[in-house]
Design a protein around this ligand. Sequence first.
Ligand SMILES: [Zn+2]
Length: 123
Amino acid sequence: MIAMARTRARTAKRWQDADEMRWAVRHWAARIDVKVPLVHFRAMRTKWASMSHRRLTLDTGLLKLPKDLGEFVVVHELVHVLVRNHGRVFKSFMYAYMPDWEERDRRLRMRWKPAPPCDVAAR
Ligand SMILES: [Zn+2]
């Protein structure tokens, strides 16, 4: 059981491809109870993602990072469907869905790109 968990952790560390990340978006959208957005990938310099209307754009760079960091960005963007800023209510949703989101946020910015997940106003 433990050996299996270890193997899984090792092999599940990185995204297989963009489709796997699209599935993660569907999974989290169902969990957070928001509509599944259209997902696009493109290279982004100053942020990791953006969410506008029904369209979620993700930085292609996320596909090369550990999955838990991409999942953090996905959850962050989907919570923006509920709360359109980074205030207290936003953070309480983040704690509810991903209790260790702050640690992931820190790792994402320190190790890869010192950018916020997105540029929604009022952070
Ligand atoms: Zn944001």
